[in-house]
Design a protein. Structure first.
Lengths: 338, 338
DNA sequence: TTGTATGCGTTATCAA
DNA sequence: TTGATAACGCATACAA
């Protein structure tokens, strides 16, 4: 592989001049520049980013830390779509992405800051992390800029992007209320998830505004899992047949509820209206198709990477981005016919 | 950030000794090693992989080149699942992954080898590339090891992993034949895809073996797209109502056919049996659920990365891995009742 | 068992 | 406008 040294020799100049010529500095004679460019082309030169990184202490690299990148996350294409957005924004801003996928075992072996410093990433985007993850504290303590997806942490070097979960849930529940429902249950994720707490509060708000009393017994957790949701919903629905609508904190769980309803013989939406959250691909393919709160997952990723690059270039003081959600009405909800 | 220099100073030894102590060389006194380790811990040292890469000319990095990593690929989680496998295998073999996403514009700007040399990746895994992609020739010419997913190229430095597409298709069509079908159409992808050619040949083979004449008019292309498949199938099925079964080169297209059939009023599977290919997540959620040929996407990725690392370490002469597929019978196929 | 010196490919400082 | 030289953090050949 040709280096600037080779070019220097071939062009009869010093490496300094080659470096400057190739990097577009003004203090180099146009003729020499052209000659050097020509030689570089002939030698099929490409700069060695590793060497450059070492001397500049800038790697132009963002670490993409994904907790448990695995098949189980495949169903809701959530991660993937976010990644697409991150990838595009990073690329637009001239950063490369290096993939770190962690799991508890790896976290034990290597600390967050070790991971980052080893590869000399300039910043990090984290996704799929739970609010009790041990890395979280390290992120705060560390001085390397980090943007979190769906974890509401802020600080000098840490920002986040999320969607308006409270309002999104309000929309969902309000939609049900507008359809005449009053006995509305909620199938939430789990208490460790920030989004779960937000969505619960949106649910309560909507009920409150409509003057419907909040009932503790109407709220349950499905761990964001389809099978778990099915089990929980099955038990709940067999016991509470006065309930006419259910708001689920994820589409995947809504799919589980759909199953449970089918098993019990409750027809959706005639006897039970269901609203999901996320608008995953599957939401359009289920029967009935899911009414849901759509999150722009691609946009979340895009904004996350954009925020990070802005932080890296110190061109912003912003540390929080909240995107709007949208109610998508499909087939799983309908007017209550009392 | 602490460097070995700092450690050397603090421990009162030379950088050489530090380097050797930390890298587990035998020619260093155990006591000094322990002291150095302690100092390193105190200074919260982590090695700088960039510097190490430069001097060793080994980056322990694999480039993951994904053509058009974007939302459109989100529906079939194909890429994502393959990526999960790649990620795991790379991690198991102590390589990191750097994400390159290309598109025609970027390819214009930067050649394959430039891309690789800049980041000094040791090897590359490519996915989602079409058989007329300009990078393909560069891959062959280049001396940097590369493993392709679903593109059957081989050479000194290039290998591939794919599944047995011919046999997979044979299984699919044979399944239909066993159910009594004889008028079996095929909805293929496009001619630029190697897998399409393979799957077509499997289709022909199965027909041949059963003594059913191959009919050119029964084969069409749907570009691997759901909407395109729907259109093509709609036109075809309205004109050829003698056809009782259709083999699709992807599940996504099978979903399109399902739509077309519904629009026309052909019930599936009673009047039309459909077999897909891939076994994407959606296949289990459609109505009826798709009978399909399952490819182990995760395994494809895992094997790809494993093959590449083996090539990098020159521990194998193998350049081709072919995985078996599996027929998964669900609800979209049934006995022909004539 | 330890240290000195050199180099990896690049950019940056300073002098010419 | 150009060049000599040092530096980035690390590994290694060689010397001690």
């Amino acid at each position: 592989m040709a280096t600037i040294k080779d070019i220097a020799k071939a062009a009869g100049v010093s490496v300094t001049t080659v470096s400057r010529a190739l990097n577009g500095y003004s203090d180099v004679n146009e003729k020499t520049r052209i000659r050097i460019r020509k030689v570089a082309d002939e030698l099929n030169y490409s700069p060695n980013a590793v060497a450059r990184s070492l001397v500049m202490s800038k790697t132009k690299t963002i670490g993409l830390l994904v907790s448990e990148l695995n098949r189980s996350g495949a169903k809701d294409m959530f991660m993937f779509e976010v990644m697409c957005g991150i990838n595009d924004a990073a690329s637009d801003n001239d950063y490369d992405l290096i993939l770190f996928s962690t799991n508890p075992a790896k976290q034990q072996a290597k600390s967050y800051s070790q991971l980052c410093r080893e590869r000399q990433v300039e910043g990090v985007i984290m996704q799929g992390i739970k609010s009790h993850d041990p890395y979280l504290q390290e992120i705060i303590d560390s001085n390397i800029p980090c943007v979190l997806v769906d974890v509401e942490l802020e600080g000098e070097n840490v920002g986040h992007v999320t969607t308006d979960n409270v309002f999104g849930s309000q929309m969902a529940v309000k939609h049900l209320i507008n359809l005449g429902h009053e006995k509305i249950a909620m199938l939430n994720g789990h208490d460790q998830a920030a989004v779960s707490r937000k969505r619960l509060s949106g649910y309560r708000k909507a009920l409150e505004e409509a003057g419907i009393p909040f009932k503790e017994e109407y709220v349950m957790n499905g761990e964001f899992r389809e099978d778990q949701a099915e089990t929980v919903a099955f038990n709940f629905l067999t016991r509470n047949n006065e309930v006419t609508a259910m708001f689920c904190a994820s589409d995947l769980m809504a799919l589980g509820v759909l199953r449970a309803a089918r098993r019990i013989g409750i027809s959706v939406p005639e006897k039970l209206s269901i609203v999901g959250f996320d608008d995953i691909t599957l939401a359009q393919y289920s029967h009935p198709q899911l009414t849901t709160i759509a999150q722009d997952k691609y946009q979340m990723g895009y904004e996350a990477a954009r925020l990070l690059t802005a932080m890296l270039e110190k061109s912003t003081k912003k540390r929080r981005i909240i995107l709007d959600n949208q109610l998508v009405v499909r087939e799983s909800t309908t007017q209550l016919n009392s």
